[in-house]
Design a protein around this ligand. Structure first.
Ligand code: GCV
Length: 802
């Protein structure tokens, strides 16, 4: 039975996406020497050699001859600097040098570095050049990574699930143990190395205490062995309460000598099993994780006790700045979660040991669609800090929506905090990646661009978004101009598009913040302690974070930034409602009122996704069949979701503000027939919660074996597109049939893979089937038959005919 995919591809061969940007499919690269010489035999150098072998075989169809000494003919030569007595350079660790060396009439393409990992990075850089069609005959290029710490974090649980992971189950863990088959971990190490990423935390920051029990050490060691040949250090997340929970002590007070001794012994044991462990990540006093507040100790006390145990081994602790109280009093207008990171850490500046790094999320809340840069970046002047960016798209469409995040990250990295732009204040880049076993790694082929972009920015944050996406497209999909331009246009506008149909003007993602973080639920953030408040009521909208009348958050910035944010006249419109509470009639810099901007941006956002569907469709001949069809399906789904968001947010603000859309669109949907207004046979009407998640606040559900809903078509005769907006929950696979008169024109199953906890009939499960080219005459009966399955009741929201 077909899924509701709106068009099928007849195109090039199929690809799964598992090779990501390392497909090596370019044809006819320029002249390549026949020999590949490797001066060194460490596992990392051997991987560099094998990668070049593989890459050249893929791109040139040639198998290089391997040698282990300098050949007397043209060759690619790999090795660290001491292997080349005639070459000298002052390269920091991980930097590489690609150098064409002429010796008589022989040309050597030398890939060298101070350390093995640098050689590996150089090998990938050489292959990238070839893949991008850049000349490699006369090279002299040295590249040094911008940040010494370029790590990813995985929020994988030991049972194999991943917190906020959308690409399948864990590649590391299954049923409480490390996987026996670590092939995908090795593949992941290769992807990471190709970007210059040198560390990976392999378990959730909401850490399972068992990770520090002795039987886990060999398991961590097996994962480390899979990552090591790719120059990726293994890192683990640990629970601050471990001295008590698994150590048997009656305390985890960081100033208790017994606790310090426990950490020392435990870390020594860990390093005995994994001598090159990168270190640990710690989330303390946050979202239910225990922390130093239990003993009235500081975060510096907590971080330092572990840091001192790590120090003799050269290990580091990444202590998360994501500390806040999620039981705040909503009624107190001075309370503000955005203040929390700064308030918790500013007085501790300079009190952390040298191997502590404070890991700070880009914004003060939690990876929302738009936030200002965290004020903590400028506040910590004597403390190591790393920026934490989220590659997995938790609040950004969970990989069912295309959202290319590099433009967002660059906006934060380039934001001038007063003393300097954010990128100059951090020495580490941490990306929450959460890849899984799916072939696409992240749940969507287009989302791979975020992992790629993270790595490239960590290496060089001065690359432009356009450079990054063009590199990615050429390696991942096609070097054809048409594909490169079309995909750049889609990806580069996708963040603004997503913001437009979710939460513009600094409202944050207006999603179900107490549930799945996916569907629309505008009031979910209010009247609770989580602090993601927007304070929209009938008079106005936005959080007053000014120093004059609000929470004082703006005062956490340096004077120049605070001045700009404090006044509505100079506050950027994009952040207006994050920083100010204004009436709906407040006029933006464009002259548009806030309420009209909300309406317009939602229509623009939803239309932009429809345009992406069209633009992608035009690439059918440029992209392999499988990925073309899968991305088509994803974008068509996204277009349907964008419309759900558009209608939900706009209707909610219309009802709340009482101000109508000046363009008359909100509440007026030509061609839409609500399911609850159809003639129902077996179906019953259901009130949807929250009401804005369904058109008209209602849907129909079938509690029988089969039900039907019908209506008469009253529009113009001709060829039409019929869209059935229905609900695809995870609780079963319902089946639908669409009839015009007595003729069945289509049928499909509600079997799309949906993110976890999309169990209800609401905006999260809302999806659509588009049936094109249906001939309709006035008076035709249109009937949908629904056949429920298990707890999924073949629910329908509406039909739209265009
Ligand atoms: C791992 C948000 C997410 C949590 C995550 C947390 C964090 O609150 O919703 O899933 O927990 O951030 O970054 O620690």
């Amino acid at each position: 039975m077909r899924r509701c995919v709106f068009f099928l591809a007849i195109a090039l061969h199929a690809e799964t996406g598992r090779e990501a940007w390392l497909r090596y499919s370019r044809e006819n690269p320029e002249a390549i020497p026949a020999v590949l010489a490797t001066l060194g035999d460490s596992p990392v150098i051997v991987n560099a050699r094998d990668e070049i072998l593989r890459g050249i075989r893929g791109m040139a169809g040639k198998t290089l001859r391997l040698e282990s000494a300098m050949p007397r003919e043209n060759a690619i030569v790999l090795g660290t600097l001491p292997a080349f007595p005639n070459l000298s350079a002052n390269l920091p660790d991980d930097a590489y040098w690609l150098k064409t060396v002429h010796s008589g009439n022989i040309d050597y393409t030398v890939v060298t570095a101070t350390n093995d990992r640098g050689v590996l990075y150089g090998a990938f850089a050489l292959l990238r050049k070839i893949a991008l069609g850049q000349p490699v005959t006369n090279l002299d290029e040295q590249q040094t990574p911008y940040a010494p710490i370029r790590w990813v974090n995985q929020w994988d649980r030991l049972d194999g699930t991943i917190e906020r992971g959308y690409g399948g189950r864990s590649i590391f863990w299954d049923e409480g143990r490390a996987r026996g088959d670590l092939t995908r971990v090795r593949d992941y190490g290769r992807l990471l190395a190709s970007l210059g990423i040198n560390g990976c935390a392999i378990n959730n920051v909401n850490a399972d205490k068992r990770i520090l029990s002795p039987d886990f050490f060999p398991q961590i060691a097996s994962i480390a062995a899979a990552l090591r040949p790719w120059g990726v250090k293994t890192v683990i997340s640990v629970d601050f309460g471990s001295p008590k929970t698994i150590g048997g002590l009656n305390t985890f007070d960081p100033l208790d000598p017994l606790v310090a001794a426990w950490w020392k012994t435990k870390i020594d044991e860990l390093y005995a099993a994994i001598p090159d462990l990168g270190g640990v990540v710690m989330k303390a006093d946050s979202e239910g994780q225990v922390g130093p507040s239990a003993y009235k100790r500081t975060h510096a006390d907590a971080a330092n006790v572990v840091a001192r145990a790590l120090q003799p081994h050269g290990g580091m602790i990444f202590y998360r700045g994501f500390v806040y109280d999620h039981h705040m009093d909503w009624n107190n207008p001075k309370n503000d979660r955005a203040r929390a990171a700064y308030d918790n850490f500013v007085d501790l500046d300079g009190k952390f040991d040298h191997n502590v790094v404070i890991q700070i999320k880009n914004g003060p809340i939690d990876f929302q669609v738009r936030e200002p840069a965290s004020p903590l970046f400028a506040a910590l002047q004597k403390t190591n800090q790393a920026i934490e960016l989220q590659i997995t798209q938790e609040y950004m469409g969970q990989a069912r929506h295309m959202v290319f995040l590099v433009p967002q990250w660059k906006e934060t990295l380039d934001f001038d905090m007063g003393p300097a732009p954010v990128k100059r204040l951090v020495r580490g880049f941490i990306g929450v990646a959460n890849v899984g076993l799916d072939d696409s790694w992240l749940g969507n082929h287009l989302s791979q661009a975020n992992l790629y972009g993270f790595g490239r920015l960590a290496w060089n944050p001065d690359l432009t978004s356009r450079q990054i996406i063009d590199e990615w497209t050429q390696q991942t999909f096609s070097t054809g101009r048409k594909a490169v331009d079309a995909i750049a246009q889609m990806q580069l506008t996708s963040w603004r598009t997503y913001e437009n149909y979710t939460g513009p003007l600094g409202l944050q993602t207006l999603t179900d913040i107490v549930g799945n973080h996916y569907g629309v639920a505008i009031e979910a953030s209010e009247r609770n302690g989580w602090g993601q408040w927007h304070r929209a009521d009938e008079k106005g909208v936005g959080m007053d974070r000014t120093t004059a009348t609000g929470t004082g958050y703006i005062g956490q910035y340096s004077p120049s930034v605070a001045r700009m944010f404090e006044s509505v006249a100079t506050c950027p419109d994009d952040l207006l409602l994050f920083l100010h509470h204004v009436p709906y009639t407040y006029k933006l810099h464009s002259g548009k009122t806030v309420i009209q901007y909300i309406y317009d941006s939602h229509y623009e956002g939803a239309q932009a996704v429809e345009d992406y569907v069209r633009d992608w469709k035009s690439l059918q001949s440029q992209v392999d069949e499988q990925r073309f069809a899968e991305v088509s399906h994803q974008l068509e789904y996204q277009a349907g979701q964008a419309q759900v968001w558009r209608d939900a947010v706009n209707t909610w603000f219309w009802h709340t503000s009482g101000i109508a859309d000046a363009k008359g669109r909100v509440g007026n949907y030509p061609g839409r027939i609500e399911a609850e207004s159809m003639a129902l046979d077996g179906y019953t009407i259901k009130l949807v919660t929250p009401w804005e998640g369904a058109s008209g606040g209602k849907a129909i559900e079938c509690a029988n074996e089969r039900c039907s809903a019908s209506f008469r078509y009253e529009g113009d005769p001709g060829w039409h597109t019929i869209r059935v907006q229905y609900f695809d929950q995870s609780a079963g696979v319902s089946h639908f049939k669409l009839f015009v008169g007595s003729q069945m024109v289509d049928e499909w199953s509600a079997d799309d893979r949906v993110p976890e906890r999309r169990t209800k009939v609401d905006s999260s499960s809302s999806t659509r089937c588009t049936i094109t080219g249906v001939a309709l005459r006035k008076g035709d009966e249109i009937r949908i038959e629904g056949i429920p399955d298990g707890a999924e009741h073949a629910a329908i929201d509406y039909v739209e005919i265009r």
